[in-house]
Ligand binder design. Sequence first.
Ligand SMILES: N[C@@H](CCC(=O)N[C@@H](CS)C(=O)NCC(=O)O)C(=O)O
Length: 222
Amino acid sequence: MTTKPKLCYFRGRGRMESIRWLLAAAGVEFEEEFIETTEQYEKLQKDGRLLFGQVPMVEIDGMVLTQTRAILSYLAAKYDLNGKDLKETVRINMYADGTLDLMIMTALAAFKPPEEKEENLTLIVKKAKTRYFPAFEKILNDHGEDFLVGNKFSWADIQLLEAILMVEELDASVLSDFPLLKAFKARISNIPTIKKFLQPGSPRKPPPDSHYVEVVRGILQF
Ligand SMILES: N[C@@H](CCC(=O)N[C@@H](CS)C(=O)NCC(=O)O)C(=O)O
């Protein structure tokens, strides 16, 4: 019997959300341990399971893994979402890293002081519209295929959908100048495992609210 991967993080998106997305898209069920108190976090530190004292942490295949990017790469390779050769893999990594940058910016915006937050969110939408989404629109236009790399569903597609939905929460019309990304969004959202993850009640987490920010600030004491 294989045991389910176990995810350890706060009860919110942050750096764990892309890991949840990847597992869900691969059709893999997982368990979650939520860090909700300073005592819990301190115990994790004392147990020595957090290599650099940080989360996300994932227990899988007899390993205790930290570092988001390393975890995502492992899962993408394990579940065949990583391309057919090194050249496809490096393109998938490049696209996924771009969307990760955009998403981390969005996740961190919630922790900015109120007077900086609005400006920060406006900047994120602007960067999505002028830097990230034009690049992906061009990729789709240039090869005319359904997926970003190798005409096959990959980790890069999962992350791009996650990033699109995240930026749409800030500006619902953000895709208005990107017809291919609009069609991409509809197509990828319709993949059965992803469709299920987008339903209410799934492990997908909501955007960070002030309560979540307060809890995380309290635990990490910043
Ligand atoms: N490079 C790490 C960064 C992890 C990270 O900064 N985690 C935060 C929570 S999202 C944390 O544990 N902060 C506590 C600390 O750095 O002491 C990764 O991508 O996983």
